[in-house]
Write a protein that binds this ligand. Structure first.
Ligand SMILES: Nc1ncnc2c1ncn2[C@@H]1O[C@H](COP(=O)(O)OP(=O)(O)OP(=O)(O)O)[C@@H](O)[C@H]1O
Length: 737
């Protein structure tokens, strides 16, 4: 590393010594060549320095914790048992002599795949079966073995128990030493184009998928970079929570953003409904029905058909292409060019053909304007500085005055016409805004409204409202996906072909249109979708049909569904309690880790409620637990924050997803708590008014399932009826009246 660093310094120094010779063409050429050579050398050295730095960091990690498992196994009964050690990365003393195997190496799979006895694993050469005679787990800290466990089939995984008993932190950790068998199947899957992981809250979906990214980067090293993997997460807060896992595993982070960040950056001039608006929006019956239509796969297909037909039906909307104050090509002119091509032309050909024509028009304009009066005036009035600028490093001798004039006039015109060229290149002559509004208006001709329980009058009422909002630059969450899909279809954007793996966490909060659009945006990628249909907090009833709709988008043979039913996050008493909030939560299995029963505190009024929160907070803090008070809406969260602050309790309200997770007590609205976990959760407040109906069931489940060790629900007045059905033996009820 030292050498690489020294090299970089000396190249930098040489760089400063390069003499700039720009007085002649050949001098310029030489200078450019030597700059280029130095740049290349520098890039190479930086690369090798980066490589060495990564390697050193890995070795330092290995020094503190060289391995976490030992496996003894026989390949054949008559053979002596072999011993291997497994760690975060491989370590060899001589080439091919492995003292420690990387956890991602094929052989390491036997550690995750089974107990003692016959275990099979995949190698590049096919399936291999071995007889495992010893499986030993180690906890090592700073190079010293703290504990070790030998696995016996009937005993619970002690190391997992130890890992899960730890306190929560503001950053998620890797689970490399304790990956479970079904999680391992997700991590090492190479065959599915669509891998759908349906898992209970806390079953390790996120944990497994981050390990999967690290595994893929290892498996396809040399061919896959972290920039070719993208993870869509539920909110920005969650991004912050998981951003240490891959670096801890010695890998660079993948591209990470929320679906709406991905869209928003493409429509900077529109205001898209944000997370809170989407969560708290009160919608009437028409809105709900229209939304169901607009977010469906059927509507995705209808949009595709609509765009396709625009190639011939004459309904494409254009914008005048301007050159300063004048019109360079009018809407009518554009229309006649676009629709002037042969009827067999597809959208893409029309687009290319039109652009080609516009570029030719631009070139002839360049010629025809050469002697325009305004150009002549500009040339005559050029200041010395402007002249230098235009001539740059060009030799100043011209064959004639006319040649000099032509050169200067052309330079001026190229500069002036640049905005027109850019407008052509960026398809600004297409009026996508008007087209989107047109699409909304013609929906009754595209789909059968009665199948969506809508009348023509209802639709037009809905569409007019959306159009009015759009004119004030506001667009709904459903609208922005449609808008961008339409944009892509019309401008011939075919998605990002470099992206190889797409991960979508909390997929139950996506609608079929969004997923179909993602698939369109990443046409070559393999998809891993993770979700819990029981935690659908945005899409509610739609989420149930998501899986069946998804299956139509991908090749059946290349679709795999993996179920994770065991919940690791919470203690057994908490999991047993929370799963009864659900209608069909029986399938969820608790991991046998003990802890106190959840507590439901019913109080008479607000003041008593705040006191009850304080009591729960004091208990949690005494146990040094990381605690969060979770409110249903932002207003609820603000209310309890204010009350606690007045009572002298220090708390941080997490108001938007752009904040950071902090130490100390946090108050979090439910929709921002997605995917996160805390030692102790206090639910504020779980009364009947706030969680009144079945629509809130999944939300209440999501909130309660954030708790790892203790869960307290405070109810001001009558508790939610969603809690009434829960077996009273599973929790402690306190009534303070
Ligand atoms: N194999 C494992 N070893 C150690 N810890 C694990 C394992 N699997 C899961 N966990 C822990 O369980 C907790 C929950 O995991 P994770 O957040 O990945 O679950 P999830 O399925 O994404 O949950 P949710 O859907 O509720 O957000 C985390 O603290 C994670 O570290």
């Amino acid at each position: 590393m030292g050498i690489a660093k020294r090299d970089i310094k000396s190249i930098d120094a040489q760089f400063n010594d390069i003499r700039m010779n720009t007085s002649t063409y050949s001098g310029m050429m030489d200078t450019a060549m030597s700059v280029r050579a130095q740049q290349q050398m520098l890039a190479e050295r930086e690369n090798s320095w980066q490589h060495a730095a990564d390697h050193l960091a890995t070795l330092q990690r290995l020094e503190a914790k060289p391995y976490f498992a030992r496996i003894d196994f026989q390949e054949r009964p008559d053979q002596k048992a072999e011993t291997i050690y497994i760690g975060l990365a491989s370590f060899t003393d001589t080439p091919d002599h492995f003292l420690v195997y990387d956890w991602r190496a094929p052989i390491s799979s036997i550690y995750y795949e089974g107990e003692l006895g016959k275990v099979s694993y995949q190698t590049p050469a096919g399936k291999q079966t071995v007889n495992v005679t010893l499986k030993r787990q180690f906890q090592i800290a700073e190079g010293v073995i703290v504990t070790l466990y030998d696995t016996q089939a009937t005993v619970t995984d002690q190391m997992l128990l130890a890992a899960l008993s730890n306190h929560a932190s503001t950053k998620m950790k890797s689970i490399v030493a304790t990956i479970q068998k079904t999680q391992n199947q997700i991590i090492r899957n190479t065959t599915a184009d669509l891998l759908f992981v349906q898992g209970a809250a806390g079953s390790g979906k996120t944990a497994a998928v981050l390990q999967r990214v690290a595994w893929l980067l290892y498996r396809y090293r040399g061919n896959l970079t972290a920039g070719q993997v993208i993870l869509f997460s539920p909110n920005q807060l969650f991004n912050d929570y998981i951003d240490q896992v891959l670096p801890e595993l010695g890998e660079h982070n993948m591209v990470q953003m929320t679906y709406f960040q991905y869209l928003n950056r493409r429509v900077p001039r529109l205001k898209v409904a944000d997370l809170r608006e989407r969560f708290e929006q009160v919608t009437d019956g028409i809105d709900q029905k229209a939304n169901r239509l607009l977010t469906s796969l059927a509507f995705f297909k209808a949009t595709t058909r609509y765009a396709k037909r625009l190639g011939t039906d004459g309904y494409l909307r254009f914008k005048n292409l301007r050159f300063g104050n004048q019109i360079f090509a009018s809407k009518d002119k554009l229309r006649s060019i676009y629709y002037g091509f042969n009827a067999t032309y597809k959208l893409g050909n029309r687009l290319d053909g039109t652009e080609e024509r516009l570029r030719r028009m631009l070139n002839s304009r360049l010629g025809s304007e050469l002697h325009a009066k305004w150009v002549e005036e500009r040339v005559q009035n050029l200041s010395k500085e402007e002249l230098d600028n235009l001539l740059q490093n060009r030799p100043r001798e011209f064959a004639s005055d006319e040649a000099e004039y032509k050169f200067l006039a052309k330079q001026i015109l190229i500069k002036e016409l640049m905005p027109v060229k850019r407008a052509i290149d960026h398809h600004r002559w297409l009026n996508i805004n008007a087209q989107y509004l047109h699409l909304l208006r013609v929906v009754p001709h595209l789909v059968k409204l009665d199948q969506w329980n809508l009348t023509a009058a209802e639709w037009s009422q809905y569409a007019e409202r959306q159009i009015a909002a759009f004119k004030q630059r506001r667009i709904s969450a459903a609208g922005v996906s449609i808008y961008l899909y339409l944009y892509d279809l019309l401008t011939g954007k075919w998605g990002d072909r470099k992206m190889r793996f797409v991960f979508v966490d909390e997929v139950q909060d996506y609608d079929p249109f969004q997923l179909a659009y993602l698939k369109y945006c990443f046409p070559r990628a393999k998809f891993t979708l993770l979700g819990d249909l029981n935690q659908a907090i945005f899409t509610h009833e739609n989420s149930r049909s998501l899986l069946s709709q998804l299956s139509t988008m991908f090749d059946q043979d290349k679709t795999q569904v993996v179920q994770l039913t065991k919940s690791y996050r919470s203690t057994a008493p908490i999991t047993d309690f929370t799963k009864q909030i659900l209608v069909d939560g029986e399938k969820i299995e608790a991991f046998q880790r003990q802890g106190p029963q959840p507590k439901l505190v019913e109080v008479a009024d607000q003041a008593a409620g705040v006191k009850a929160v304080q009591t729960a907070l004091t208990a949690a803090q005494a146990a040094q637990e990381k605690v969060a008070v979770i409110g249903k809406s932002l207003a609820d969260s603000e209310e309890i924050t204010r009350a606690l602050k007045q009572a002298g309790v220090q708390v941080t309200l997490v108001r938007t997803e752009n904040q950071r997770l902090v130490d100390g007590v946090m108050v979090v609205p439910s929709y921002l708590a997605k995917g996160l976990e805390f030692d102790a959760v206090i639910v504020w407040d779980a009364n009947q008014q706030k969680y009144a109906g079945d629509a809130e069931r999944q939300l209440l489940y999501t909130i309660c399932s954030r708790a790892m060790h203790t869960l307290t629900l405070i109810s001001v007045g009558q508790p939610s009826y969603l809690l009434a059905k829960i077996d009273p033996k599973l929790y402690e009820k306190v009534i303070e009246r």
